[in-house]
Ligand binder design. Structure first.
Ligand SMILES: [Fe+2]
Ligand SMILES: [Fe+2]
Length: 473
C-alpha cells in the first residue's frame, strides 16, 4: 500500500480506517515532537538538511531526497508489503499461518521485545545529541542527521506496534519510551551500550559500525517473527539501517586513510608525531574498536538462555536469515561453547535452542570482521603490516558466561590485578579521549574536512562531495 502523506501521520497501514488508533497516535505525536526538540539535534532546527525520506516501501519509493528542516521531517508508519500466505518459519508452530494478532499467552514476551528494541532508537539520538557542534564536515553532519531522523522513525515503528496491538499497556510503554533517557541516573535506557556517552565522532563512527550492526541482527531476528506486523515493520527498518552501518564503516575507513597519509608524509608511525599532526594513531583507533565491540556484544544476551529458547520455540524471535538453515525446529543438535571454569576454559555442549543468542552473536561477529578486512587491506596496500583486530568475545563482558571474568584481548584468563593494570591500554584512556576531543574542531565549509579524516569517496545520491548538504542559517 502506498504511503499517504496527506495524513497528519504519514502511513501505509490505513490509519484513517481505525479512528481510535489514529487518535491515540495523534495524541502521542506532540509528546514525540517535544522529546525531539529537547533531546534531539535541536540547535539545528532551522538548518536545511539534504535528507532521504521514504515515499513508498518499494525499491523506487523508499529513498526520496530533498532539503528539509528536521522538525518538518515526516515521521510515520511504514511496513514492508505483506508476503501472501506467509507461514511461520521456525519453532514449534513451524509451517502454520503467521499471526495477525498477538496470541494472549505470548503477549508479555512480545511487549518486552518491542519495548527493548524501541528503547534503543531514541537512546541513540540522545547519545548523539551534541555531535552536530563538532562535525568534521557538512557531509558528515548530514549523515548524522539522517541517522537521527531515522532512529526517530524507528521509535515510531515500535510505538505503532505498541499502540495497535497492546492496548492500554502499550500506550503506557510508549510514554515510557520518551521518559527514559540515555545516561540518566534515575531513568536510564534499558541496555548498557545505549547509556554510554558519545562525545566525539570517532565514537560515533564506532557506534554506527558496531552498535547499529547489533540493531541489524536484532531486526533480522524479529523480521522472522510469526507476528506478521512485527516482521513487516522490521523488514522495512532494515533498509534504513543499512545507511547507519555505511556511515560507520566508511567513517572508520576514512580515519584509517587519513592516518596512513600522515604516516607517509611524516615517514613514521610514532603515535606522538601522528597526534601532533592532528590525526588519530592506529593504536588509539584499536582501543576505540575494543571498547565499542565488547560493549555491543553484551546486547545479544547470555550465551545460554532459556528465554531465547522459549522465544524460538514459540515463534517469537528467530535466527537472522532463518532460511539459511535446514532444520527450522532445532529440537535436536547442540552448540559448543567455551565457558570459564575457575581459571581455565571448558567446552560445554548446550541444546541448540538454548544457544540462540550465541548463534546470533556469532553471525554478528562474522559481519563485523568484513570491515576490518577492508581497513587492513588499506594498510597493507600502503606498505604497513599493522593490523586492526577484533578483541576476543570473552573480553570485557558484563553479561553472560564471561561476565566479569578478567581476560586479555585474546580471551586468555588473567588475574584481576593484571586486568586492572592493563585495561587502560586496551580501551581508550582519559587522555586518549581528551586528545580525540581536542581534534573535534567544527568544519562547515562545503567540501572541507577536519584534519583527522579523509574525504569520502563519493557524495550522497550522486552529488559531489563539496555539495552543501546542510545549509546552516
Ligand atoms: Fe534504528
Ligand atoms: Fe540505526
Amino acid at each position: 500500500m502506498a504511503i499517504d502523506y496527506s495524513e497528519r501521520i504519514p502511513n501505509n497501514v490505513n490509519l484513517a480506517g481505525d479512528k481510535t488508533l489514529q487518535r491515540a497516535l495523534e495524541h502521542w505525536q506532540p509528546h514525540f515532537l517535544d522529546w525531539w526538540r529537547e533531546m534531539g539535534p535541536n540547535d539545528f532546527a532551522s538548518a536545511d538538511v539534504y535528507l532521504r525520506t521514504a515515499i513508498g516501501v518499494d525499491a523506487q519509493g523508499w529513498a526520496h531526497y530533498g532539503a528539509t528542516k528536521m522538525p518538518d521531517y515526516r515521521w510515520g508508519i511504514f511496513l514492508a508489503d505483506a508476503v501472501p500466505n506467509r507461514t511461520i518459519g521456525f519453532g514449534d508452530f513451524y509451517g502454520q499461518p503467521v499471526w495477525q494478532q498477538v496470541p494472549g499467552e505470548f503477549r508479555s514476551q512480545f511487549r518486552r521485545l518491542i519495548v527493548t528494541q524501541g528503547d534503543t532508537e531514541p537512546a541513540s539520538v540522545e547519545q548523539q545529541h551534541l555531535l552536530g557542534h563538532i562535525c568534521p564536515s557538512l557531509y558528515d553532519l548530514r549523515n548524522l542527521f539522517q541517522v537521527n531522523v531515522e532512529e526517530g522513525r524507528h521509535l515510531w515503528a515500535m510505538v505503532y506496534l505498541l499502540h495497535a496491538y497492546f492496548g492500554r499497556d502499550g500506550r503506557e510503554e510508549a510514554e515510557e519510551l520518551l521518559a527514559r533517557h540515555s545516561g540518566d541516573v534515575d531513568k536510564p535506557r534499558i541496555l548498557g551500550t545505549f547509556n554510554e556517552p558519545i562525545e566525539d565522532w570517532l565514537s560515533f563512527y564506532c557506534f554506527t559500525y558496531f552498535t547499529d550492526r547489533d540493531g541489524k541482527f536484532q531486526l533480522k531476528s524479529l523480521a522472522e517473527s510469526s507476528f506478521d506486523a512485527l516482521s513487516r515493520t522490521c523488514r522495512f527498518m532494515l533498509t534504513e539501517e543499512a545507511h547507519h552501518m555505511f556511515v560507520g564503516e566508511t567513517g572508520i575507513g576514512r580515519v584509517v586513510k587519513r592516518t596512513l597519509e600522515v604516516m607517509k608524509e611524516l615517514g613514521t608511525d610514532n603515535p606522538e608525531a601522528i597526534r601532533r599532526h592532528g590525526a588519530v594513531d592506529l593504536p588509539l583507533l584499536q582501543r576505540y574498536l575494543n571498547f565499542w565491540f565488547s560493549s555491543s556484544l553484551d546486547l545479544f544476551g547470555s550465551e545460554i538462555s532459556s528465554n531465547a529458547a522459549n522465544s524460538f520455540a514459540n515463534g517469537i524471535k528467530g535466527r537472522p536469515d532463518e532460511s539459511q538453515y535446514q532444520d527450522h525446529v532445532a529440537l535436536e543438535g547442540t552448540y559448543e561453547l567455551a565457558v570459564p571454569e575457575g581459571d581455565h576454559v571448558k567446552e560445554e555442549k548446550v541444546a541448540m535452542r538454548s544457544a540462540m543468542n550465541e548463534v546470533t552473536r556469532a553471525a554478528y561477529v562474522r559481519d563485523c570482521e568484513i570491515g576490518l578486512k577492508r581497513w587492513n587491506i588499506q594498510m597493507k596496500r600502503s606498505g604497513h603490516d599493522i593490523q586492526l583486530t577484533l578483541p576476543s568475545t570473552r573480553f570485557r563482558r558484563s553479561i553472560g558466561a564471561w561476565a566479569n571474568v578478567p581476560t586479555d584481548t585474546q580471551g586468555r584468563i588473567i588475574s584481576r590485578e593484571e586486568y586492572d593494570r592493563q585495561l587502560s591500554g586496551w580501551i581508550p584512556s582519559p587522555s586518549d579521549r581528551a586528545f580525540v576531543k581536542s581534534l573535534m574542531q567544527r568544519v562547515t565549509a562545503p567540501g572541507k574536512m577536519a584534519s583527522w579524516v579523509a574525504p569520502p569517496e563519493r557524495g550522497i545520491n550522486n552529488l559531489p562531495v563539496d555539495y552543501e548538504y546542510v545549509h546552516l542559517s
